[in-house]
Design a protein around this ligand. Structure first.
Ligand code: FE2
Length: 472
C-alpha cells in the first residue's frame, strides 16, 4: 500500500469511527437501572484478565515523603521495569523558564538505590533516593529516570520557617474502590486546599496489602494530590498474614508499603519501617504504627519512642497520625492497648490533634479530662467502605457521621489552628479552631456555622447483606 492509499484507508477508518460515535450518541438513553439487580462493586475497576499496571521503562508510582526536617529535604521512590538499575533523580530550584539550567546551573543529580519486587504485575525495580541540603520554603523542580526516559518534571515546596502559615490535608482510609470512588475525594480535596504542600493518610490505603492492581489504582486515585508531599500511616490492611491459619500465623508489613514509601528512618526501635516523625513549618508530626502496637507487641516500644519524640519537640504544635483509633467509634471495637500505652503519652504532652482512621465512620472528641481542649481525637474515612457507629460513640463524640466520604483541611496561622472536615461533595461537616490563649492554654472554639446535619446510614444492609456495615 502506498502512502496516499494508506492515508485514504486511515481516513475511511476514522470516518467510520466518527459515524459510529454519532450513532451511539443519538441512542445514548439507556433503560433505567433496576435496583433489584444491583450487586456489590468489585474493589478495582479492572476487568478480569486485563493487565494495566505492569512495570514499564517509564517511571511510575512516583511519590515524595518529607525528610525528618521537612525544610531541608525529602525522599522519593518510584518504579520501573528491571532494565533500570540505580537511576538518577535530578533536582533544581524551579524556574519560570523551561530552561532552569540557564538560571540555576546544571541540575543536581542523585543516584537512587534499587531493589527488586515480584508482585502481581510482574517483576519490578523500585528505586529510592533521599534529597537533602535544600533551602526552606523554596519551590524545587525534580524528575526521576527510567530506561532511556525521564518522568515529567514535578514541583515541590520545602517547609518554610516555623510560623509561616501552613495548610495540609488529612484523609482517613481510602482502602476500597480507590479508582472508582476515591478519585473524586482527591480532586475535591485539592479544590478546598489549594495551598496545601502536605497530605496525611491515616492508613488502609488499599484493602489487600500485596494486591498490585489495588496499588496501581491507589496511585491513580491520589494523582491529583501529587504536587504535595505524602505522609502515610500504615494500616492493618498494609499488612498481610504469613502462615495463615497455622500456629505460626503473624502479620507482616507488605513489601509494597516499604517499596513505595521511603520513610525518614527515625521510627521506634523494631518499628522503623512504619513509624516516623518529621517537622514541618512549626508542627511536629509523629506517625505511629497501630497494627504493630496492637498485634505485634510493639505498643510499649512505640510509647517510649513517642514520649521522646514529643518531649524533645521545639515546634509550637504537635500532631499524631495513626490508623487505629484511641477511642473507637465503631460498635464492638476497643483498642485497649492504645489507651493503655499510647494515650498517656498523647495526654502528657498535650498533643493538639490525633488523626485516625480504621473505623469507616466519622467521630471527634476530646480526651478523658473535660477541662482540657486537647488532644482532639478524630476518626474519618475517605473511601467507599462505611461502617456503623456505636451507641457509645453517639453519646461521647460530636459530630459523628455514617455513610459519608470525607476529607479534612487544616490550616495553622500564628496562634490559631483551623480544622474543617468536608464531605466529598464539598459540604462542611465539622469545623473548629484551637487557639493558643496565653495563660488559658489551648482553647477549643466550635464553629457550627454552615455545617450540615450529622449523617446516618439509611440502609438496612449492604448489597452483600451485611447489617453490621453500611456500605462496602
Ligand atoms: Fe483498618
Amino acid at each position: 500500500m502506498n502512502g496516499s492509499a494508506a492515508m485514504k484507508n486511515l481516513m475511511q477508518t476514522i470516518g467510520g469511527g466518527l459515524l459510529l460515535a454519532s450513532v451511539f450518541a443519538l441512542h445514548a438513553e439507556a433503560p433505567q437501572a433496576d435496583a433489584t439487580t444491583r450487586s456489590q462493586e468489585p474493589n478495582t475497576l479492572l476487568p478480569a484478565g486485563v493487565q494495566r499496571y505492569a512495570p514499564s521503562p517509564l517511571p511510575d508510582r512516583i511519590v515524595a515523603l518529607p525528610a525528618q526536617d521537612g525544610a531541608r529535604g525529602f525522599s522519593v521512590s518510584w518504579r520501573t521495569n528491571t532494565a533500570v538499575r540505580e537511576p538518577l533523580l535530578e533536582i533544581s530550584p524551579a524556574s519560570d523558564s523551561p530552561d532552569a539550567w540557564a538560571e540555576h546551573g546544571a541540575p543536581r543529580q542523585l543516584r537512587a538505590s534499587t531493589h527488586e519486587l515480584l508482585a502481581g504485575n510482574g517483576l519490578a525495580h523500585h528505586h529510592q533516593v533521599r534529597v537533602d541540603g535544600l533551602e526552606p520554603g523554596r519551590l524545587y523542580a525534580w524528575r526521576v529516570q527510567g530506561d532511556r526516559s525521564w518522568s515529567p518534571w514535578r514541583q515541590l515546596r520545602t517547609a518554610a520557617a516555623p510560623g509561616t502559615p501552613l495548610e495540609f490535608v488529612y484523609l482517613g482510609d481510602t482502602q476500597n474502590k480507590n479508582a472508582s470512588l476515591g478519585t473524586r475525594v482527591a480532586y475535591e480535596a485539592v479544590r478546598f486546599a489549594p495551598d496545601a504542600d502536605l497530605v496525611l493518610f491515616a492508613g488502609d490505603l488499599v484493602s489487600e496489602a500485596v494486591d498490585d492492581d489495588e496499588w496501581g489504582e491507589w496511585f491513580d486515585a491520589t494523582a491529583p494530590l501529587a504536587r504535595m508531599l505524602f505522609a502515610p500511616a500504615a494500616g492493618n490492611h498494609e499488612f498481610y498474614k504469613e502462615h495463615e491459619d497455622t500456629e505460626q500465623e503473624r502479620r507482616v508489613l507488605g513489601p509494597q508499603w516499604w517499596s513505595h514509601f521511603a520513610l525518614p528512618g527515625n521510627g521506634a526501635p523494631g518499628v522503623e519501617a512504619s513509624s516516623y516523625w518529621f517537622d514541618w513549618q512549626g508542627v511536629r508530626f509523629a506517625v505511629v504504627d497501630g497494627t504493630s502496637a496492637l498485634d505485634l507487641g510493639a505498643a510499649p516500644a512505640q510509647a517510649r519512642w513517642l514520649d521522646q519524640v514529643l518531649a524533645d519537640n521545639p515546634q509550637r504544635w504537635s500532631i499524631v497520625l495513626l490508623h487505629q483509633p484511641v477511642y473507637s467509634p465503631r460498635a464492638g471495637r476497643d483498642n485497649r492497648l492504645l489507651r493503655e500505652h499510647l494515650q498517656p503519652v498523647l495526654e502528657r504532652h498535650i498533643v493538639d490533634l490525633v488523626l485516625q482512621g480504621h473505623d469507616h465512620t466519622y467521630g471527634r472528641r476530646g480526651g478523658d479530662d473535660p477541662q482540657r481542649a486537647t488532644p482532639q481525637y478524630i476518626v474519618s474515612v475517605a473511601g467507599a467502605k462505611q461502617y456503623r457507629l456505636s451507641d457509645q460513640a453517639r453519646r461521647s463524640m460530636a459530630p459523628v457521621g455514617e455513610d459519608t466520604q470525607l476529607f479534612q483541611v487544616i490550616r495553622i496561622e500564628g496562634d490559631v489552628l483551623s480544622y474543617r472536615a468536608h464531605t466529598v461533595t464539598g459540604q462542611l461537616y465539622d469545623a473548629f479552631e484551637l487557639r493558643r490563649d496565653g495563660a488559658a492554654g489551648t482553647t477549643l472554639h466550635e464553629q457550627p456555622e454552615g455545617r450540615i446535619a450529622p449523617r446516618d446510614c439509611g440502609r438496612e444492609a449492604t448489597l452483600g447483606g451485611r447489617r453490621d456495615r453500611c456500605w462496602e
